[in-house]
Design a protein around this ligand. Sequence first.
Ligand code: AMP
Length: 424
Amino acid sequence: MNFDKFKLDTKIIAGIQAIGYSSPTPIQLEAIPHILEGRDLMGLAQTGTGKTAAFVLPVLQRLLTSARRSSVRVLIISPTRELTEQTHQTIAKLGKETKLKSTCIYGGMGMQPQITAVKRGVDIIAACPGRLLDHINKGTVCLSGIEVLVLDEADQMFEMGFLQDIKNIIKHLPKKRQTLLFSATMPDDIRELAKDVLHDPVTVQVGDTRPAPTVSHTFYPIEQGSKTALLKNILENTETGPVIVFTRTKRRSKTVAQQLEKSGFGATALHGDLTQGKRQKALDGFRNGIHKILVATDVAARGIDVRGISHVINYDIPDTALAYTHRIGRTGRAWDKGDAFTFVTGEDKYIERSITKTLGDEPKYCTIAGFNYSAPEVEQEAGRKHRSASRNNSGQSRRIKKSHGRARTGFPGSTGNRERIFID
Ligand code: AMP
């Protein structure tokens, strides 16, 4: 099955070939024909399924086949800056030959360049809700010509408290339009929103809200104070491609990245205290292979689309099973394989159970033979240096010996200053 069946414009087909997609993913197969027909659509698809192209391709087709207008015609609203930027990049790549223009609108940078870009004329705006509302209120963006509205990752926008902002934005859009709503889950509030904003929608569901089947899941019982030593041990003894390590707090992401960097692992941090420029630099460095390890907070979880991430390591377990699915969605994307490692402490029992329920199957539990689970961090560190020296001498890397069963857990974990999610 290739993309021919959608009868897309040859300029769009050229974009598909350039980006390297050979056949549509299930969500694309299901959703594209309905969107091309002009139907409203509710897409229940987890992250990593190819849902961005599922709406970008038919939207480009619509723009090419109907008369060009001076105003903005398509609005895509996403929860995070990174996701907004990524959607814009996907449009740029798939629409390269079409001459259609898109721009991004999100906070953390000046409004003037955004105003200038919109004034110059764009067909598509990809935006975060808060900054878009600022523009609407200042009269610097006019949405009266919008033909298609896309609400991407609606459940995440709801979790981040954007629901009212979205309702306010929608008041400024024409009533007659096509609306597409994508969400990994369907909590009641999103169902209510869908009822209000979608007209006679088709529902398309791909798989369920579980993490992609291409990802394997392993839990590592550990005490809070030994996590960094365990992380280094795993990184040292596991063959990996690019790795994302998730921490719960900004401070911890910074500290862990520094500790890894000091031990020669090539890591960088990505968290909400960094300026937009630094966030982009960290992401670019990771994407280009300058840093093999990205230590991130959840703010980054939704936006990162780096092919070939081999491992997601949850240094801190996420707060919800949904957040687990989103973090894990950074690996095993499209048809790649991936591994998800999660450190669990005695305090994580509740969320551990909830994730296990979402997974359907029991995850593997792993304890590492030879790892000193009762040693404080500093001793582990000294031990690691010793081991790493002997490893360098022999030029050999040891593989992890996995054993099933649980280690002693229960060290009280501190959560420190919790990540603030950006309200743009
Ligand atoms: P998304 O769920 O939109 O974030 O997409 C996840 C990943 O799948 C991205 O890296 C896309 O570029 C990739 N992708 C999307 N559609 C296809 C396709 N038809 N074939 C191969 N990869 C794809």
